[in-house]
Design a protein around this ligand. Sequence first.
Ligand code: CA2
Length: 149
Amino acid sequence: MTPCVFVLNGPNLNLLGTRQPHIYGSATLADVAAACAVTADTLGLGVRFHQSNHEAALIDWVHEARTAAQAIVINPAAYTHTSVALLDALNAFEGPVIEVHISNIHKRESFRHQSYVSLRADGIIAGLGTQGYTLALQRVAHLLAEAAR
Ligand code: CA2
C-alpha cells in the first residue's frame, strides 16, 4: 500500500505568490502543491494537499489523517503561534509530523518565535522557502522507511 501524507496549510497561504514575495517568494500555493505531487511520486508516497483559513477545518483534517494518512506535513501559518486546539489534535495523531515555515520565523517578530505545533513536531523546517515542503516529504519518506524496517 502506498503511504499517504497529508500536507496541510493554514490561513492566508492561499495568497502565496501574490503578495510579500520578499518574505514568502513568488511560487503560488498551486506551484507548491504541484511540486509536492512530483516529489511524493518520486518517493513512492501519496499526497493530499489542503489549505484553509479556518482553524476547525485544519483540525478536522488532522483527525481524518488518524485513519487516512501515515504522516503529516503542516504549515499552520499564524495558528502556529496561537492554537492549542491544533496542538491537541496533532497529539492524537500517531505518525510523523513535520512543521514547515517558508520564512525563518526566528528572524522575524518575537511573537513568531513561539510555536505550539513544535511541541508535537518530529522536525521543523523554517526559512528554506517553499522548498521546505519537498524537503519535509523527503524526511517523511525516510522516517516511514525506518519505521517499516
Ligand atoms: O513562514 C511561514 O510559512 C509562516 O507560517 C507564514 C505565516 C506566518 O503567520 C507565520 O508566522 C510564518 C503567514 C502566511 C501568510 O502568507 C501570505 C503569503 C503571501 C501573501 C500574504 C500572506
